[in-house]
Design a protein around this ligand. Structure first.
Ligand code: GTP
Length: 312
């Protein structure tokens, strides 16, 4: 007895398979791997990309393609002997409709024997959007964790995190490093006279002025209420003093126009510098700058005190 299906049975089975493929909520297409001719597309493709006419896969599915796509997976689907290697799964944002798809590609022998690529692509845009939102939220949280909310400068935590790294490098290469600390003078009076929000605006303006004075490699942070610190890589004491003097003068020589009011702001500075000071920690270097800052306050404010840490 012959169990081979006859032509009409094959036609019925073929129609059933096409019905199934057309009912799926995924793009399915078959393309010749040499000519890119589309041999089959399902209804999902027609709904999303329209009728293919005589278009090749890259003309039909992608936007403004002048030739086969650079991201075409054909070369991944065959080995050196041009034999199918199995399923290759990847994710891709379609250039026409901007939806994200998870694509399951495979090279197979078509009914006439030629090699074709079959792709089954499911829309994963919702999942991708969620992933991207999560990633953006994670980056924002990471940024905020290291950022002072008022001035957008580094906060104390970020100062230590970044600073430890810089100090380690400096120690490794025997480079000079300095810290400038400064604290606004009689800031309480500014708050008391002009109000807390004017005080906030002063802090923001001071941050902007300091930021404009430093180099890219310098690490500026707001480490306390009206207290700022700048870590200066490859900077010795004389250079650090010049920079501190520039900031001191900028603040002292002018008034900050805050909400229509001219506010005069001064600050006291403390500087610590080290060169070849291998055992020093960032906290130690900052402490010494803080002691110098305290001296500046004691000696009348609006001034700079310095300490050069010598090699033991
Ligand atoms: N507006 C505003 N004020 C702040 C903020 N953080 C701290 N302060 C204020 O800064 C003032 C610091 O006061 P003090 O420590 O007495 O220092 P000072 O008045 O600057 O005096 P000296 O430092 O001794 O010159 C306090 O009034 C705090 O409320 C802030 O984020 N915004």
């Amino acid at each position: 007895m012959n169990n081979t299906p006859d032509a009409s049975q094959e036609a019925t089975q073929g129609a059933a398979v096409v019905t199934v493929l057309n009912s799926l909520d995924a793009l399915i297409y078959v393309a010749d791997m040499s000519t890119y001719e589309l041999l089959f597309i399902n209804d999902y493709a027609r709904q999303k990309w329209g009728e293919p006419g005589n278009k090749r896969c890259w003309e039909y599915l992608q936007k403004d393609q002048q030739g086969p796509c650079t991201f075409c997976t054909n070369h991944k689907l065959l080995d050196e002997q041009q034999q199918p290697t199995g399923v290759y799964v990847w994710e891709f944002q379609n250039t026409q409709n901007k939806h994200w798809y998870q694509c399951r590609d495979e090279a197979i022998r078509w009914i006439d024997g030629r090699l074709v690529r079959i792709e089954i692509a499911t829309d994963i845009s919702d999942r991708k959007r969620m992933e991207q939102e999560l990633e953006a939220a994670r980056r924002e949280a990471e940024y905020l964790a290291g950022t002072d909310a008022l001035t957008r400068l580094n906060n104390r935590r970020a100062f230590f995190k970044l600073g430890e790294q810089v100090l380690k490098e400096a120690q490794r290469f025997g480079r000079p490093t300095s810290i400038i600390m400064f604290d606004l003078d009689h800031f309480k009076q500014i708050n008391d006279t002009w109000g807390h929000s004017a005080g906030d605006a002063v802090l923001q303006r001071v941050a902007t002025l300091a930021e404009a004075t430093i180099r890219n490699a310098d690490i500026l942070a707001r480490i306390g209420g009206e207290e700022f610190a700048i870590l200066l890589p490859q900077t010795d004491m004389p250079q650090a003093r010049i920079l501190a003097e520039r900031i001191r003068q900028t603040l002292d020589s002018d008034t900050l126009l805050i909400n229509g009011t001219d506010i005069h702001v001064q600050a006291s500075f403390g500087i610590s510098s080290c060169e070849h000071c291998d055992d020093l920690t960032l906290a130690g270097l900052l402490n010494i700058a803080d002691e110098q800052l305290y001296l500046s306050k004691q000696h009348g404010r609006n001034r700079i005190s310095v300490h050069q840490i010598s090699k033991p």
